[in-house]
Design a protein around this ligand. Structure first.
Ligand code: ATP
Ligand code: MG
Ligand code: ZN
Length: 319
């Protein structure tokens, strides 16, 4: 039997533990059936979405969620209908950054995501949790191995993705959790069918770039195209002339060159941006940071369009 979120009777009082308790796999044939069912279901549910992207990095805290949030707003300004899938179980924060306090509407068919600013639909584990203080964290027996915990988490994520009903969405952005192992984000990305590619976020410091390199390697190994890299916190605005001054010489350019990944933009550190994220008040359309994301979104859109045109062209030529 396939256990879904609606069957797990998710209410604000129930938490991840409840869901996990309900996941009892009797035999491997049953697990396989469930996986096939879920994969098909996700394919159907995401079938109408024109573009599917994941935002990832190798490292935590580099600005994935901030980038996802601001790209979602930028795509909506480009007149696309946008959905955001917040896949972070341990620290879902897209709703907070977009200032949303909604709930999923649980229907017999699945969970309908609430709508936030600019009509952006957001599916987040946060909408299953009770208060600000509750976080989805494993509180079970500590003797469980990390491998087993990882499998459980993957199962929950897969189920979560399978249960969301998407309607009227052109662009879907998935905010991936940080991976303690570099292969975790690409594996989760694999749950999304017909993915257009990944946007990688990195800070220009050396450590973050080493991890990001590994992560890009894994993503490519499993066939996820890398659309480009966003360098975040790459500098700061000069208080005198308002110009962005880089923290490091060169930043991510060398890495992008080496890996043949387009550098989509360099977003400076900005105190108002940090505040906007903390308070769930998106920056105004004319804010100095907003134009960075408008520019990045435009590049992504143009790239995806040109890819589509190329595909149409080669189809025509092969006829
Ligand atoms: N360019 C920036 N200027 C100012 N603050 C920023 C900037 N980028 C990110 N931040 C802030 O840094 C913090 C971390 O960003 P964010 O949560 O997006 O990182 P993350 O990569 O999603 O983290 P995690 O790996 O935990 O999911 C947030 O408080 C965010 O508001
Ligand atoms: Mg995050
Ligand atoms: Zn200056």
């Amino acid at each position: 039997m396939m256990v879904t979120f609606k069957e797990a009777e998710l209410s604000p009082e129930k938490d991840l533990k409840t869901i996990l308790d309900k996941l009892q796999y009797a035999d491997s044939a049953q697990v396989q059936r469930q996986l096939v069912d879920q994969t098909l279901q996700v394919k159907i549910r995401m079938g109408q979405i024109k573009r599917k992207l994941v935002v990832m990095s190798g490292k935590g805290g580099v600005g994935k969620s901030m980038t996802t949030t601001n790209l979602a707003l930028a795509f909506s300004r480009l007149k696309h209908r946008v959905g955001v899938l917040d896949v972070d179980l341990n620290g879902p924060c897209i709703p907070k950054m977009l200032g949303m306090k909604g709930r999923f509407e649980i229907t017999p068919d699945g969970a309908v995501p609430p709508v936030g600013p600019n009509g952006i639909k957001v599916a987040s584990m946060d909408f299953f949790l009770k208060g600000e203080t509750s976080s989805v964290q494993w509180k079970g027996p500590m003797e469980l191995s990390p491998v087993w915990l990882g499998l459980m988490e993957m199962n929950v994520i897969r189920e979560f993705i399978a249960d969301v009903i998407w309607t009227d969405v052109d662009y879907l952005l998935a905010d991936l959790p940080p991976g303690a192992a570099a292969d975790k984000p690409p594996v989760i990305a694999g749950f999304i069918p017909e993915l257009d590619g990944a946007i990688v976020v990195a800070t220009p410091s050396e450590v973050a770039m080493t991890v990001v390199k590994k992560s890009i390697g894994y993503a490519r190994d499993v066939g996820i195209p890398i659309i480009g890299l966003v360098e975040n916190m790459s500098g700061a605005f000069c208080p005198k002339c308002d110009e962005a001054v880089p923290f490091f010489d060169g930043g991510c350019e060398a890495l992008c060159e080496e890996l043949k990944v387009p550098l989509l933009g360099k977003v400076p550190f900005d105190a108002q941006l940090a505040k906007a994220c903390d308070h769930g008040m998106p920056l105004s359309d004319d804010h100095r940071i907003t134009k960075y994301f408008d520019d990045i979104a435009k590049k992504i859109q143009d790239f995806l369009e040109s890819k589509k045109n190329l595909a149409v062209e080669s189809l025509r030529r092969n006829k």
